[in-house]
Design a protein around this ligand. Structure first.
Ligand SMILES: [Zn+2]
Length: 126
């Protein structure tokens, strides 16, 4: 019974309750350290590519404005502010990229098909 996983349900053996307390402490420590690690994780970045080729790279923490030279002379005005990125205006006819709104989480992206522009949030600095 000592090695049974539900040791706390069998009537308390001092040693197994010590083990239980120790594992709770350990779990708390892991969560705590995990939280520290998350806080120290590198900030998110926005990677801009045109026609599959990366052309620019920004920290999501900076405040900047960048005019993307898209495919065939198309342009997209990318804004980064308050940890978010979005396309404020674009030369494309559909303006879908403008309407895609703001991205901030890793993996989120704004795509402009006519200009072949992709702006994606990445979690690491390559
Ligand atoms: Zn567009």
């Amino acid at each position: 019974m000592l090695h049974h996983k539900n040791g706390e349900r069998t009537n308390v053996h001092s040693r197994s309750s010590f083990c239980l307390a120790a594992s709770i402490l350990l779990a708390a420590a892991v969560l705590y350290l995990g939280g520290l690690w998350l806080n120290r994780a590198p900030a998110a970045y926005v990677t801009v590519s045109v026609d599959g080729e990366e052309i620019a790279h920004f920290s999501l923490n900076e405040t900047t404005e960048y005019l993307i030279d898209g495919y065939a002379g198309g342009t997209n005005r990318l804004i980064i502010r308050d940890g978010e990125a979005w396309v404020e205006e674009a030369s494309c006819p559909d303006k879908l990229c403008v309407h895609q709104g703001r991205i901030r989480r890793t993996g989120e992206m704004i795509i402009c098909l006519p200009n072949r522009v992709v702006a994606e949030v990445t979690g690491q600095n390559p």
